[in-house]
Design a protein around this ligand. Sequence first.
Ligand code: ADP
Ligand code: MG
Length: 411
Amino acid sequence: MENQEKDILQRRLDTLQKVSSFILYITNLHQLLELIMEESKEILQAEASSLLLYDRKQKVLFFEVARGEKGDKLKRIKLKLGQGIAGVCARDRRIVNVQDVRKESHFYALADKKSKFQTRNILAIPLVWKRKLLGVLEVLNKRHGDSFNEADEQLLQIVATQAAMAIENAYLYRENLRKAHFSGVGQAMLSLSHDIKNILNGLMGGLTLVDEAFKSGTTDNLKTGWEIVRRNVQRISDLILDMLNFSTRKKPLYQKVNLPGFLEATARLYHDFLREKNCSISVEADQSLQEVFFDYQGMERVLINLINNAREAIPENTGKIILSSRRIPERNRFEISVRDNGCGIPPENLKKIFEVFFTTKGHKGTGLGLAVVKKIVSEHKGQIRIESVVGQGTTFYITLPVSPGDGTQVS
Ligand code: ADP
Ligand code: MG
């Protein structure tokens, strides 16, 4: 007797462990249902299992997945509430244990006929989540010729609770995906696809020029073409990095950084490009900040995004960008600023510029740059301040702690 109890307990524990994985499959309803059927068949030591979903509008149960060779035929069967064993189980919302289907008037023989499966006994349980009927799970024919007993009913109850929860979540997931399609996320994808398409068009144009140069054996178009290719490769790399930065939550990987060196190195990326436009970028660094801590790649992205905006705001021939840094000793912080003499930001836009996808640059902008800046700076527990005068220029100030707080990673 004691052994038998232990055995039952063990089976319950095994069952719980198995069904806890249902929730992992909510992104794929079909796979989830197959898994539920497979596991319930194994757990209950049954020859087969089936799962019917409830269609609330039509008030019928139908087979979504049906096992076996003739399974597809089952798919067309629809049961009304009260029809067949599954129908009774759904209507009364109770477990139905039929030890011998030949003696059961409710047995609906059509399913057997269509699937060529011979049912001896059935255990059917309603799938209910928060009082909502989702379907019916059935296991058929206990192996070794027995029929299902009370211990089996309890096991199937455990399976059914988890199954119902997972199915409800799978529905919610589907619904959210559908909504997302028409909402912000869908729009965002659309806008990003446009950005990528524009960049690709640019790339193609550049490549055509390079191609022609090769064909004609002259270098006329080579430099222009190559420049276009390079600029668009840079744009696509910026876009992808911004998307990655924006969509992943990251703890900064703090590193010891020499701040003047960091500013010089970043400015150097823009020297040639700005010189060609008769513009300039210069660094005014506080030389005492030889040792500060931040995520190098993250802050580089911040600076690049700020410099890109400055570069797009300044006029040709007279444009100036200045990177500078200073200490704020009383708060043990330091400040990096990016100043430009560009078009400035009108006051009504100041509130919106950090919003993702806000851009005033039409198809040339992505509206991701400052959203990423804000995210990375706040991950560093830093602050951003802006001074801007329309027609005169803009300065972005980033304030960060000199050393990371306790518990953060330093390498
Ligand atoms: P994008 O550059 O793709 O438009 P951002 O998020 O980088 O997206 O910037 C959002 C908007 O903020 C820009 O479209 C522009 O209107 C404004 N902006 C940002 N930086 C500057 C700047 N230095 N000077 C003028 N306007 C700026
Ligand atoms: Mg930008």
